[in-house]
Design a protein around this ligand. Sequence first.
Ligand SMILES: C[S@@+](CC[C@H](N)C(=O)[O-])C[C@H]1O[C@@H](n2cnc3c(N)ncnc32)[C@H](O)[C@@H]1O
Length: 219
Amino acid sequence: MADERTRAGERYATADLVAWLDALHVEHDGALREAFEAPDRHGIPAIQLGRSDAKTVYLLLRLIGARRVVEIGTLVGYSTLWLARATGPEGRVWTLEIEPRHAELARAHLAAAGCADRVEVLVGPALERLPRLESHGPFDAVFIDADKGNYDAYGRWAARHVRPGGLLIADNAHYFGKLLDPDSAEAAAMRRFHQEAAASFDTVCIPTPDGLLAGIRRG
Ligand SMILES: C[S@@+](CC[C@H](N)C(=O)[O-])C[C@H]1O[C@@H](n2cnc3c(N)ncnc32)[C@H](O)[C@@H]1O
């Protein structure tokens, strides 16, 4: 049952208010604007992170001084650009994307932003590609934002390859509001993801528009 303060948050976050806050706190330079607007321009679903969600991920990575980060679900590189900026010139980001066209656009955005040398965009199903990254680990953080039915598998991979004190972050942790749906296999996978993440990481599900799970690896 939602408590009063949770319900108040839902009531107060109007579109105008969010737009005002995003403009103030999450400034987009040319490269971020380009990547953020690209899905609409290219007829690709605009399913990238919201601006304040992206800045939250960026700040969490900066708080732990993350240098080596894996992203699952690149789209056209908007979140990847935030990851690359958070990890800095000495950092390294590996991002996994199943759609070659998305990956190609992401590479172009990262190159235009001057980050191509420190980001590797790997094309293919993430579950097949992840084992090839293991020799680069352990990682400071894994950010999950791809096919929801595999979140539990991605979370298990992260638990094995994130260093103690490192971060697990995952978008759409409310599964579009259907997290508790008893008839959906994807919702069940997402619930397993939450349960298993909470067992290996010290976690919270930040109530962003669709939930942003964040946790620090125990151990
Ligand atoms: C929500 S979008 C990612 C948004 C991106 N993180 C951002 O905020 O800019 C999800 C992406 O995951 C990709 N994807 C879906 N299933 C995948 C899989 N099995 N392996 C790798 N990528 C996958 C989709 O093609 C899509 O580009």
